[in-house]
Design a protein around this ligand. Structure first.
Ligand code: ADP
Ligand code: MG
Length: 732
């Protein structure tokens, strides 16, 4: 092992990856944009007018594509793909494993005995059958022996990866249960569209026929040299370091943030951006993040479904491109203790097909009332379904990050900025029932009318809130960097849809009872503001005071994944999903089960890797060094007299004792750890098993780590087997 560490370091100093992998970027990236995408423009040139209209209607209005038209589209896709050297096609989907999946089939089709053609039909485009048995399904498959199939999602464009045509798809069982991230997301988006469009049409603008939620994610990640990465079994197997003393220079100096990007990293970024352009992923910003070797990439926002696909595709691309530049990319939320972790902010808003952002204040009181309607309804949705939102971002890896003084706490609160907070306080005073003409004028001129069109400057200051309004969108900041955005987006859009539906009913009831439209809206908003006030928080979300204050307000602080996931089976949440037709009761249970199982598996793997490293790498190394010290003490005793020896060997003796102390802690705690894993694994109930891993297994990690990190400080650097933090974090 010590060999591996030093070999890795040696490899590094001999190679100059900076020069080897220099990347030339064309002057105009825009010319590369969407070259490998079956885009609207490509469709226009490859499809008949009828087929083009049909697919555009499917994309924009959700209408069905007839089978003969699907055949035409398939042929066009194939011709386009062949012209680009493509040989295979695959339905590209996002199973609940958290990565993307593909099963490649060739266009090549033999017929007669010695002839063959390239064939692709509407049927092949629409449906494919991967073997569902190896994907997580939470028992659905076992109970019903359902096979799964993938089905084309025409609303996300097909693209070429290498020599394969990838067709974005959903993944469902033959009994109709969804087995992936995309299918429920599409249902949530459609529910949101229905609810929001109805409100726009009825109260604000009858020309609106579609509302599309938008998403702009910001992807954080770490890059580690491949050779160094390979030298750390914990990184390789668990994606994070389980041991390692913080380096003398961490991020205290903050000199990495927005600093210049190292050349080798720059080459990686350039190549990645070129690939993103080809695939139509509109990446626009890149920069260093707070921690050393941590970076961020963000695109222009897109409609949620496409943005989610693009994020999944990007993560896959990043890993491949990093490899070429002798890096390994870490998406783990907390790969290194003591430095910042990685998140994936999800910026969310609502766009109408008339070109408006519903979460953007407008030029006149009417537009502002529309803005306030969607704004307040969003806050109410987050208030009412905070636990569900919390559960949607829960994972074993995100537990390490949330609340760890650089990321939002697990308490769901909303930051809206003092200006809007003031507006809401005014609205809270609106009279119950009919409003006087004076009050109406006052509201119009001085409350709703006073919301400036651009709020960006005064709302974007608070970075400690998990849910922040940033001028024309909400930013969900607690999402983990390794997560699939679909999960949180399904919840966000579902809860907003449910809330908007309720709102419409309440406003209509008031209108029915004789109130004018605006009066009715004000009346309902007033109540919502009162209801949601306790999640609004403008202070420092990282502080202990907030945790105390939040507890007083009755807000939950679900610190761990098992606690958060337990909430998902609440009757209220099941009703929400069933009402909106997003999940059936059984699907909710199955998904909850999958997540619990995943949690237990992850913790169990980490525990075993830690036990292995402690026993087989750290303890032997510590003993080795201790023996050297013992030899040294013996030698001193041989050479010097009793009195002189005692004073000369004092430090060595105390080190020998200290090392023994740490070794014995490690040994005992590793045994406790293995016993705790065994006990947890014997539990049959998934919730209880996850709780056991969380409460009985995980806390032992810290004890073992502490002893190991202390040994790292004592033992000769030459002997230490694990590549050190300073090497992992500062080598570029
Ligand atoms: P930050 O200050 O949080 O680092 P950035 O400027 O890096 O902000 O990112 C802002 C993100 O918000 C980008 O990904 C951008 O695409 C996204 N965004 C901007 N407008 C919208 C919108 N209307 N809907 C969704 N996302 C948006
Ligand atoms: Mg952000």
């Amino acid at each position: 092992m010590s060999n591996l560490r030093f070999k890795a370091l040696e490899t590094l100093s001999f190679k100059d990856f900076r020069k080897d992998n220099a990347i030339e970027v064309p002057a105009k990236l825009s010319e590369l944009f969407c070259q490998n995408v079956f885009s609207e423009e490509t469709m226009r040139s490859y499809l008949t007018k009828e087929a083009f209209t049909s697919i555009q209607n499917a994309i924009k209005k959700g209408t069905k594509i007839q089978r003969d038209v699907a055949d035409q589209i398939a042929v066009a896709m194939k011709d386009w793909a062949l012209s680009k050297g493509v040989t295979h096609y695959t339905h590209w989907f996002q199973p609940l494993t958290g990565t993307t999946a593909e099963k490649h089939d060739s266009f090549f089709t033999p017929f007669e005995s010695d002839r063959a053609i390239e064939r692709f039909s509407g049927g092949m485009l629409i449906q494919q059958e991967p073997d569902a048995s190896s994907f997580p399904n939470g028992g659905i498959r076992n109970t019903f022996e359902a096979r799964g199939y993938t089905a084309w999602d025409p609303t996300s464009p097909a693209f070429i990866l290498g020599t394969t045509l990838c067709i974005p798809s959903i993944f469902i069982s033959y009994t109709g249960e969804t087995l992936d991230y995309k299918a429920p997301l599409l249902r949530a988006l459609s529910a949101l569209d229905d609810a929001a469009t109805e409100i726009c049409k009825a109260y604000f603008d009858k020309n609106v026929t579609k509302v599309t939620p938008t998403l702009g994610w910001e992807q954080e990640y770490f890059l580690v040299d491949s050779a160094l990465y390979q030298s750390r079994p914990d990184l390789v197997i668990t994606g994070k370091t389980l041991l390692g003393h913080s380096p003398a220079k961490g991020q205290q100096l903050d000199d990495h943030y927005f600093g210049s990007i190292p050349t080798r990293v720059m080459n990686f970024m350039k190549e990645l951006e070129i690939k993103c352009m080809h695939l139509g992923i509109p990446v626009t910003t890149r920069h260093n993040e707070v921690a050393p070797n941590q970076f961020e990439l963000a695109p222009m926002f897109e409609e949620v479904n496409v943005a989610v696909d693009h994020n999944s595709l990007l993560m896959d691309l990043m890993a491949r491109v990093a490899h070429k530049h002798h890096f390994h990319i870490l998406f783990h939320e907390k790969p290194f203790a003591g430095v910042n972790g990685s998140g994936k902010h999800n910026n969310w808003s609502l766009a109408t097909d008339t070109g408006e952002n519903l979460l953007s204040p407008g030029k006149n009181p009417k537009k502002n009332l529309q803005f306030l309607t969607f704004f307040v309804n969003t806050l109410k949705a987050v208030h009412d379904y905070a636990d569900l939102l919390r559960a949607s971002i829960a994972s074993a890896s995100n537990d390490y990050r949330l609340g760890a003084n650089e990321a939002p706490p697990a308490i769901i609160s909303a930051f809206i900025g003092s200006q809007l907070f003031g507006v809401l306080e005014e609205l809270e005073k609106v009279t119950d029932g009919k409003l006087s003409p004076e009050e109406k004028t006052e509201l119009k001129l001085n409350v709703v009318g006073k919301i400036p069109e651009i709020l960006l400057d005064n709302t974007d200051r608070n970075r400690t809130s998990p849910f922040a309004f940033t001028g024309n969108k909400f930013e969900i900041r607690a999402v983990g960097s390794s997560a699939n955005c679909a999960e949180v987006m399904t919840v966000m859009n579902a809860i907003a849809a449910k809330q908007l539906r309720d709102f419409k009913k309440e406003v209509d009831a008031l209108i029915e009872s004789g109130l004018k439209k605006d009066e009715a809206i004000f009346n309902v908003l007033r109540e919502y503001i009162k209801d949601s006030k306790n999640i609004m928080f403008e202070g420092d979300g990282y502080s202990d005071d907030w945790a105390k204050e939040a507890a007083k307000r009755g807000l939950k602080n679900l610190k761990t994944t098992p606690e958060a996931l337990k909430q998902e089976l609440d009757k209220k949440f099941i009703a929400l999903y069933e009402d909106l037709g997003i999940y059936t009761h059984r699907e909710i249970e199955a998904r909850n089960e999958i997540k619990l199982e995943k949690y237990s598996t992850v913790v169990s793997i980490e525990a075993k890797v830690l036990a292995d490293i402690a026993r087989n790498h750290i303890i032997p190394c510590a003993l080795n060094y201790q023996n050297r010290l013992i030899d040294n003490v013996r030698g001193l005793k041989d050479i010097f007299g009793e009195k002189e020896f005692k004073s000369l060997a004092k430090e060595q003796m105390s080190m020998i004792v200290e090392i023994s102390g740490h070794i014995s802690v490690m040994k005992v705690e590793v045994e406790n750890l293995l016993a705790a894993i065994k006990k947890a694994k014997a539990i049959t109930d998934s919730q209880k098993m996850a709780e056991a891993f969380c409460n009985d297994v995980r806390p032992l990690f810290d004890k073992i780590r502490k002893a190991s990190d202390s040994l790292e400080m004592l033992v000769d650097d030459e002997l230490w087997p694990m590549t050190k933090y300073r090497e992992l974090l500062f080598t570029r």
